[in-house]
Design a binder for this molecule. Structure first.
Ligand SMILES: [Zn+2]
Length: 428
């Protein structure tokens, strides 16, 4: 090819690129109180979004072609990240089913979820639905699951089929080699078999096997989280190098040894308080009632009509211990993230994350600290640096809320708009 022609083509290409860049939709969110997810106080700012990114945060940003959202008097937050979710399989049948199931997350400002009821072969079809762009839904961090034969996570025919079961480090290494080919975003290990003194215990995974899984995952820069509910199990998980316990320790109060181990191994704690909060005498806020889906509303209405059932002793004891452990671990300097176990009975998508955040504020967190836990801390626990904050270059996962949730946490229920990767999503 002649040089002048090549130069001309390069020039045309460059113009085309520039044109494409400008063709990306821009949104200017103007004059919001911006709580940026770092814990700093909210400040009045404009936030400019181009494509899927935040490209500027400042005062008096000028634009020509952007959609302008007047956010005067509202608070803009990074989207919330729920680190523990189980979605029913029906949601993965297509874009419509996915949007339908996940709409409540968006209505609650949840823009990322860690999905644990999936397996390797399910990941590519789910990603294809997401890639089609047909479904408004939060980002999904997709897991593969490992456990031990007859362990927790193998109870039903379905869970037994999606949980790869290993009992030795050699088996763990062989399984991981195969499982990693489905490119999971995270590994969930059912490491702990304690059934709360309610049912017979199931077997635990031993330390060498758990460590073999962690080492294989970390070699590929993939995070590992565990179903851990006991003090002994938490120590084992920390020693194995697990990144986060995605349940609370409920059999005993945490001790110095555990805090030391978690610090040494940088283990994070995701207590999932909402799933352990006794439902028998639980009071839902008016804001929660108003957002329950019809079948959940029916269930909660029925429960309310009955006299409060007695709370079994094991359950009230566990609830007290779990609350104490959040206080103790927070005081010990352990990172605490937000997860819910949504999908389990009485734990509802989106609403549960808001409730978990609110529960943290009853355990010594300020509203600001609780919001940090649900945004930048939860993102960091997953090793993600591109979301969880409002700043230049961050993925534009944003929530616009009436009032001041960073000062009064109940305002978090007043979600007005949600953006996922810069796209305003519908949730009505
Ligand atoms: Zn779970």
């Amino acid at each position: 090819m002649k040089r002048w022609l090549r130069n001309l083509l390069a020039l045309v290409g460059a113009f085309a690129c520039a044109a494409t860049a400008h063709a990306e939709p821009e949104t200017l969110i103007r004059g919001a109180r911006v709580f940026d997810g770092t814990g700093a106080p909210a400040r009045i700012r404009d936030v400019l979004v181009r494509g899927d990114r935040i490209v500027a945060v400042g005062r008096h940003i000028r634009v020509r072609d952007a959609e302008v959202v007047d956010a005067n008097g509202l608070t803009l937050l990074p989207g919330l990240h729920d680190l523990h979710v189980h979605t029913p399989r029906v949601a993965f049948e297509g874009a419509e089913a996915l949007a339908d199931t996940h709409r409540p997350y968006l209505a609650s400002g949840v823009t990322s979820i860690n999905e644990y009821s999936v397996s390797g072969p399910m990941l590519a079809p789910i990603r294809a639905i997401v890639a089609s762009g047909q479904a408004d839904a939060p980002h999904m961090v997709l897991a593969i699951r490992l456990g031990v034969p007859h362990g927790h996570g193998t109870e039903s025919e379905f869970t037994n089929s999606i949980t790869t079961q290993v009992t030795t480090p050699a088996e763990a290494r062989a399984a991981m080699k195969e499982l990693l080919s489905s490119r999971p975003d995270v590994i969930k290990v059912f490491a702990d078999g304690w059934r709360y003194a309610r049912d017979a215990d199931r077997p635990d995974m031993d330390l060498p096997t758990l460590k073999a899984i962690v080492d294989a995952a970390h070699a590929r820069n993939i995070r590992v989280v565990t179903h851990t509910v006991t003090l002994a199990g938490a120590k084992r998980a920390a020693r194995a190098g697990v990144d986060a316990l995605v349940h609370g320790v409920g059999d005993a109060r945490v001790d110095r040894e555990l805090i030391g181990l978690m610090k040494k191994h940088r283990t994070a704690y995701v207590p999932t308080l909402v799933v352990y909060e006794p439902k028998q005498d639980r009071t839902l806020l008016a804001a929660e009632w108003s957002r329950l889906r019809p079948r959940d509303l029916e269930r909660e209405t029925e429960r309310k009509a009955e006299p409060n059932a007695p709370i079994p002793e094991y359950e009230s004891r566990r609830w007290q211990i779990m609350q104490d452990n959040v206080r103790l671990l927070r005081a010990g300097g352990i990172r605490i993230g937000v997860g819910t176990d949504t999908g389990i009975g009485g734990v509802y998508p989106g609403l549960a994350a808001q409730r978990e955040i609110r529960l943290l504020t009853t355990l010594g967190f300020t509203p600001r600290e609780a919001l940090v836990a649900a945004t930048s801390t939860s993102a960091r626990i997953m090793g993600a640096r591109d979301h969880g904050r409002i700043g230049r270059g961050q993925r534009a996962d944003l929530v616009l809320v009436a009032g001041r949730p960073d000062e009064q946490i109940e305002d978090l229920y007043q979600v007005r708009r949600t953006w996922v990767s810069g796209r305003a999503v519908s949730f009505d």
